[in-house]
Write a protein that binds this ligand. Sequence first.
Ligand SMILES: [Zn+2]
Length: 243
Amino acid sequence: MPTYDAPEPNIKSALDRPSGALDRGTRCSPTKWNLIVIWRPGWKLSVIFVNTLATGMASGRAVSPPASEQELRTCAAAALAQAGAADTAISVREAKGLQQLAERLREVFAAIRDRRHADAAGALNALLVQSGARPQLWRGPEGSWQLHYHASDAGAAQSWTAGCAAGLAHLLTSPQASRLGICAAPRCELVFIDTSRNGSRRFCSTACQSRVKASAHRARQVQRPAVAAGANRPAGRVAGLRG
Ligand SMILES: [Zn+2]
């Protein structure tokens, strides 16, 4: 039976913690928490699973998929550690289940980014049914009550599928649905939850934002001499118009 620590009570501290992709040299670190919402642990877990297990490009660099079952288990264990799981030992079968979950969660992120909310709802409904999600209260380690969405004897993949799907389902039905994002920088597929004040975040990190700014600056530098050359060209010298 998978067990994990009590959900983070503070979304800022949870989201400021580096995601799984950080282990590969990238950063996803929201700088401010100004969003007034009820914290749903499934959001953070979904970001971790997608960025760790279903990302081909991160901050301009290719991310190789796990090359072996052992490597997949290692990646899945790293994701569970990031998610705060007390027990990160995981079988190959369960690791494959988490990888499939991550790939399907990525589809949800993409659907919400593209405003295909019906597709997002359909994908989440399928995950809720597949995992047999059912809300129930458990006592946490310190005696406080916690809301979980899986049976006590569920395996890791089923448990996390239920938790993530339920978390994102709550988000989709709230005014904050658009807060799920995918980095807009070229060669980056990292996902994030936008915690900015006005919901205008476009990049997974300041590194990707700087990369895009530098690229735009270089493009302007290239265009400037061409524009200047056009301005200095004598009037009337248009091919085919001179007699
Ligand atoms: Zn990025």
